[in-house]
Design a protein around this ligand. Structure first.
Ligand code: ASP
Length: 581
């Protein structure tokens, strides 16, 4: 072995021993007569010392050649440090060097390899292999490793089998855009990379696997955001002979187990909220329930007072910002600017201050009396010192805008603490949503989701009212996972494709294999998939899932390190029967 210990291992109890260490040079401090060197590896940092008075001339000459990130092997004796450093585990000792061997020199690194050094994202990503040397960056991947291990252990104990499903599959028109791969052996034909192993895991249920899981890469060609990557990882699960409650309680247990093992937090039971309530009170199907500030509908209270904007509005809705009646003109203007941002898109913001003296001050005083405003305040449970923020317009757009404002107020008031976790299940999603562009219904979850039994009869007459037997797990306003009870009956599946505008031939061409399988004894089954990268970022505390991915892509979907995507050679194109652009 090149080393007897790692750089994080030696303690005072090793005093007097001769040791060999290997690692990277973090820093050299040459104080003339004394040289101090910090040697780093994955496990920690150890201080090395050289003293001219001890006559180590050759070693000192070698030390003076060292630069940042040189790889070395050193040998020496463990000494007790005079000035101890309680911040690091090896802070009580240092190594008095008897030899230094340079195993490999290093150019001056283009990024500073120190925790939380603040270089631009692109430079960090171009030299990601250096970025990954930082303790805080490596810590993200260590967390990922632990969560993967805990997930596997838990599911293994619960009798789940991990089965790999293919990566080269077939493009389907449902869901997001596919990444496609041309097939050389079948010119003009393409594979697609899976957006999820959905149909395969259902087929495994038909095969009798009963409980399946896979920690699996999925691919979606979508526009990117901080919490999206073109390739991402899911904890994908499917179970047979279960009802909704079985799924919810088992996967709640999985998430509780992960929080307990990683953070020592024991989460309370997750409440259930219907989609309808989530939209009514939070304007979002993934409400951040770390704080209250629920929506209050004021519509009927605002009518008949000649205020044209509210008069015409389908919805007038308020939130109560507790204790904010003292907001200054400037603060209110800033909130107005916030709701008017194109990303939010409101036309304006109405406020009502509930003054300490019991009076009300509002931006619509001209139209509404003190009595009117009092009625609003009462509807919103507002007390003296509170501030009502009111938006109006079309129902669905106003709810979305109010959701943004609510989250903004939650942040401003410090109510969205990263170390507080509020978990819930959102259930009873609509089965279908109307898509204006294609002028047809799309499956809100996916076409294999069953509807709630009592709504089935509405499928022909009022398809938009049919509720799905689908559920999402939401933590702190993040959709962590989602799934559904599946259709396992061929005729119902065919009916679903019909509702989604597939002709019989199209349905057969796309999903014939699944409908065929349903004719050979398909058990009732259900499942769920969790966004594993999001789970990491939730537990790790960083908003960007990139911090938990070893080699992530940038906002334009590029890997700037390997410089991909990239053109391919003409011969490759020819072989694939493709034309250059
Ligand atoms: N395959 C679904 C998804 O990727 C999850 C599921 O229904 O199990 O969202």
């Amino acid at each position: 072995m090149l080393r007897t210990h790692t750089c994080g291992e030696l303690r005072l109890s090793d005093k007097g021993n001769t040791v060999k260490l290997t690692g990277w040079i973090q820093k050299v401090r040459d104080k003339g007569g004394m040289i101090f060197i910090d040697l780093r590896d994955r496990y920690g940092l150890t201080q090395l010392v050289l003293n001219e008075q001890n006559g180590q001339q050759e070693v000192i000459a070698e030390a003076r050649k060292l630069g940042r990130e040189f790889v070395v092997q050193v040998e020496g004796t463990v000494l007790e440090r005079e000035a101890k450093n309680s911040k690091i585990a090896t802070g009580e000792i240092e190594i008095d060097l008897s030899s230094i061997t340079i195993l490999n020199p290093s150019k001056t690194p283009p990024i500073l390899i120190e925790d939380n050094a603040n270089e631009g994202e692109d430079l960090r990503m171009k030299y990601r292999y250096l970025d990954l040397r930082k303790n805080n960056v490596r810590a993200g991947l260590e967390l990922r490793h632990r969560l993967m291990r805990e997930t596997r252990n838990f599911l293994d104990k619960e009798n789940f089998l991990e089965v790999e499903t293919p990566v080269l599959i077939k493009s389907t028109p449902e869901g997001a855009r596919d990444f496609v791969v041309p097939s050389r052996m079948n010119p003009g034909e393409f594979y697609a990379l899976p957006q999820s192993p959905q149909t395969f895991k259902q087929l495994l249920m038909v095969s009798g696997f009963d409980r399946y899981f896979q920690i699996v890469k999925c691919f979606r060609d979508e526009d990117l955001r901080a919490d999206r990557q073109p390739e991402f990882t899911q904890i994908d699960c499917e179970m047979s002979f279960v009802e909704r409650e079985d799924i919810l309680s088992l996967f709640e247990k999985l998430v509780k187990h992960i929080f307990q093992s990683e953070k020592g937090i024991s989460l309370p039971d997750f409440p259930r909220m219907t989609y309808a309530d989530a939209m009514e009170y939070y304007g979002s199907d993934k409400p951040d329930t770390r704080f209250d500030m629920k929506f209050v509908t004021l519509t009927p209270l605002t009518k008949g007072k000649d205020f044209a904007i509210f008069e015409q509005a389908e919805l007038v809705v308020a939130i109560n910002a507790k204790g904010c009646a003292n907001y200054s003109r400037k603060q209110l203007d800033k909130l107005t600017d916030f709701v008017k941002k194109p990303q939010v898109g409101a036309k304006g913001l109405v406020y009502v201050k509930c003054n300490e003296d019991g009076s009300y001050k509002s931006s619509v005083d001209k139209f509404y009396s003190q009595e009117d405003l009092k009625a609003w305040a009462e509807a919103a449970n507002a007390e003296a010192g509170d501030l009502l923020l009111v938006l109006s317009g079309k129902d669905s757009t106003t709810r979305k805008q109010m959701n943004e404002l609510r989250l903004e107020m939650g942040s401003q008031l410090g109510l969205r603490d990263k170390n507080t976790f509020s978990c819930l299940w959102v259930v009873d999603f609509p089965l279908l949503e109307w898509d204006e562009e294609s002028k047809r219904f799309h499956a809100m979850h996916h076409p294999f989701t069953s509807s709630i039994q009592e709504d089935v009869h509405l499928l022909d007459s009022k398809p938009e009212d049919v509720r799905a037997n689908a559920y999402d797990m939401v933590i702190n306003g993040v959709e962590l996972g989602g799934g559904s009870i599946r259709i396992h009956d061929k005729d119902i599946q065919a009916k679903m494709f019909d509702a989604l505008g597939f002709s019989e031939e199209e349905a057969k061409a796309q999903f014939g294999f699944l409908m065929d399988a349903f004719e050979y004894g398909a058990p009732p089954h259900a499942g769920i998939a969790f966004g594993f990268d999001r789970l990491c970022s939730l537990l790790g505390g960083s908003d960007s899932i990139r911090d938990y991915i070893a080699f992530p892509k940038n906002n334009a979907g590029r890997d700037v390190m390997i410089d991909s995507p990239a053109p391919i050679a003409k011969e490759q194109l020819d072989e694939l029967g493709l034309k250059a652009q």
